[in-house]
Design a binder for this molecule. Structure first.
Ligand code: DX5
Ligand code: ZN
Length: 226
């Protein structure tokens, strides 16, 4: 069974205290940090760029999971690699040469991820599985935190999980993940769980309990399919 990881999305953190917020999530038991990069073009929102990733990097030892919601992505891969990304994920919809983008991420010595918008079929990535270390199934339309989990994505997670059987590929879900939705995603085969508003909810002292609630719900759902 693939390793379970909880990846708080700092998009939902208090940006005025980003370092402390990120550390509070890590000290609360997060396995990695999910960094949402938005360009106002591929998605209708703008977040932050490589300088923010770079500024956080010396403070955190856990992996940085960089989710690029930008188009084109290729011109920026090196910047995000140098800024400290460990996993760099591009969208299948972000450019015409997905295979080349994943090759470029691996050539930079990073784990290569490929993301699918809810409207994109998993068949779009069938030709790149040899180059992918992670498949991200979006469970909301990307661009904003705090949206509702799109339930029909559960079947897609299952199909992606079947496609990736026998391969060393992590299956990540992102969007609307809460203690109430994480279980169905886990039972369908996801093992990396991004959560923004469900983690950065309340005060930094409560982030650990929020993460524990997510982990427990995912673990018990996985127990049912073990
Ligand atoms: C959406 C981002 C997500 C988002 C998740 O475009 O990719 O990572 O921050 O936020 P929640 O968990 O609040 O849906
Ligand atoms: Zn994300």
């Amino acid at each position: 069974m693939r390793n379970l990881a909880i990846a708080p999305s700092i998009l939902a953190a208090d940006f005025a205290n980003l370092g402390q917020e990120t550390l509070a999530a890590i000290n609360g038991g997060a396995d990695m940090v999910h960094l949402d990069i938005m360009d106002g073009h591929f998605v209708p929102n703008i977040s932050f760029g490589p300088d923010v990733v770079k500024a956080l990097r010396p403070h955190i030892t856990q992996p940085f999971d960089v989710h690029l919601m930008i188009s084109p992505a290729d011109p920026y891969l090196e910047s995000f690699a140098k800024a400290g990304g460990d996993i760099i994920t591009v969208h299948a919809e972000a450019g015409p040469h997905l295979h080349r983008s994943l090759q470029a991420i691996r050539a930079l010595g990073k784990r290569a991820g490929v993301a699918l918008n809810p409207g994109t079929s998993e068949t779009a990535i069938a030709h790149v599985l040899d180059l992918a270390d992670l498949v991200l199934v979006m469970t909301v339309n990307p661009g904003f935190g705090g949206q509702k989990f799109i339930a029909p994505m559960v079947e897609k997670i299952r199909r992606v999980s079947d496609m990736c059987a026998g391969r060393d590929i992590d299956i990540e879900v992102d969007g609307g993940i809460t203690p109430l939705t994480i279980g169905v995603a886990a039972a369908a085969g996801a093992n990396y769980f991004v959560a923004g508003s469900a983690v950065f909810n309340g005060k930094p002292e409560t982030y650990g309990a929020n993460i524990a609630a997510l982990r427990q719900a995912a673990e018990s759902a996985r127990g049912l399919i073990a």
